[in-house]
Ligand binder design. Structure first.
Ligand code: XUL
Ligand code: CO
Length: 439
């Protein structure tokens, strides 16, 4: 088979002292952290769309790198792209990948063409998967790119768009099932509104829930045993998206009784767009038992849009990994690199280096999170902070054995409240201390 990346060798772990830009310095698949191999902690997944399709195009300019894979005929190009994808994933040591229906096949203007092309390319990917052992994390349908979705897909006011979206999800589910995916993601890129003055929000939300229920019904009837994920994002491309953030998506899941089948797929840059940290979003999902999967990218927070950058900030990945460790992992989820190159990063090595540095950043984050947990000072501080609820009247609150009368009587007797410092300066210092002791 043709080699697409002759200048990229199989990427090996060389340790923290290595100066080789084509080597892992921290991600060591077999290294055990808190009783589990790194590869089991992460289930790193390669996002086919940015990894193979993104050519550097942005709102102000055309592409800056070639993603034609040396082919001009559409189907041949789609197959060449798949060959290149599996070569790159194998060289980078990925065990999982994720895709949208349109990512893997040739451009398909009609739904009928898309259905046929997707089925063809699904079989083609299956051969690669069987040969390489690389598995599917989740599948999804792109219901935001085509003009038919200009008013939304499952929240469109128009039946034609709604039915088209159902057709795409049905076929994308078929592909996901055939390829053994453990998840199916809904990112509602156009499920929202541009302006309230032309929108029946209540109608759209009810219709979205009906759509999700039909997807579950179809998936379960056809052998999909995995988890459905909602991926929150507050805006972009639409002015307001209904899956605004984790809390909003959770209330939707609860209101429409979808908890049996749905969890969240959370993304770093989407968190920043919602005005949150990534760890905030993961915490909200964790404490509600709905942490499903993550899309590992980071924002350029000074820019107002989704740059989807490869993660590089160890403190942030540590705080995210801390949440994941506290949640006992994400059984059906992956750490998906929905991350992409910057437009000037046009050298063929840059894509591989982006993944390597991103995976290393997560490995460092995992090690730092494990140190924070093993060190115990932060967890102990939090435990002590709430200790007034462990005895006496505080305990009665937790056991639902008191009332406002008793709390008032207690409060009126207080001469002065016992309110120690929150100590966040000290706690931040602990993280720095653990980080600088070497990971
Ligand atoms: C877009 C985004 C998508 C989803 C899948 O912001 O994150 O790539 O992950 O549709
Ligand atoms: Co994403």
């Amino acid at each position: 088979m043709k080699e697409y990346y002759p200048n990229i060798p199989k990427i090996e772990y060389e340790g923290a002292k290595s100066k080789n830009m084509l080597a892992f310095k921290h991600y060591n698949k077999d290294e055990v952290v808190l009783g589990k191999k790194m590869s089991d902690h992460f289930k790193f997944s390669f996002a086919y769309w940015h990894g193979m399709n993104y050519d550097g195009t942005d709102m102000f300019g055309v592409g800056t790198y070639d993603r034609t894979y040396g082919e001009t005929e559409a189907r041949t190009r789609a197959k060449a792209k798949a060959d290149a994808a599996f070569e790159l994933m194998s060289k980078l040591g990925f065990d999982y990948f994720c895709f949208h229906d349109v990512d893997i096949c040739e451009p398909s203007p009609t739904l009928r063409e898309l259905k046929d092309n997707l089925a063809y390319m699904t079989d083609y990917l299956k051969e690669h998967m069987d040969r390489s052992g690389i598995k599917l994390g989740w599948g999804t349908a792109n219901m935001f790119g085509a003009p038919r979705y200009k008013h939304g897909a499952a929240t469109s006011p128009y039946l034609d768009a709604y039915a088209s979206a159902a057709c795409q999800v049905k076929n994308a589910l078929d592909a996901t099932i055939k390829l053994g995916g453990t998840g199916y993601t809904f990112w509602g890129g156009r499920e929202g509104y541009e302006t309230l003055i032309n929108t029946d929000m209540s109608f759209e939300l009810d219709n979205l829930a009906r759509f999700y229920k039909m997807a579950v019904e179809y998936g379960r009837a056809n052998g999909f045993k995995g988890t459905f994920f909602i991926e929150p994002k507050p805006k972009e491309p639409t002015m307001h998206q209904y899956d605004f953030d984790a809390a909003t998506a959770i209330s939707f899941i609860q209101n429409y009784d979808l908890k049996q089948d749905f969890k969240l797929n959370l993304e770093g840059n989407h968190a920043s767009l919602a005005g949150h940290t990534f760890e905030h979003e993961v915490r909200v999902a964790r404490i509600n038992g709905l942490l499903g999967s993550i899309d590992a990218n980071h924002a350029e927070t000074l820019v107002g849009w989704d740059t989807d950058e490869f993660p590089k900030d160890v403190r942030s990945t540590a705080l995210v990994m801390y949440e994941i460790l506290k949640s006992d992992g994400m059984p059906d989820g992956v750490v998906n690199f929905d991350s992409k190159l910057r437009r000037p990063s046009s050298d063929e090595l840059d894509n591989a280096i982006g993944f390597i540095v991103g995976m290393d950043t997560y490995a460092l984050g995992l090690k730092l999170a494990a140190k924070i947990i093993e060190d115990g000072r932060i967890d102990k501080f939090i435990e002590e902070r709430y200790s007034s609820f462990q005895s006496g009247l505080g305990k009665k609150v937790l056991e639902d054995r008191t009332n406002f009368e008793e709390l008032e009587a207690y409060a009126l007797e207080l001469e002065e409240q016992a309110l120690p410092s929150g100590r966040q300066e000290y706690l931040n210092g602990i993280i720095n201390e653990l980080m600088c002791q070497g990971l």
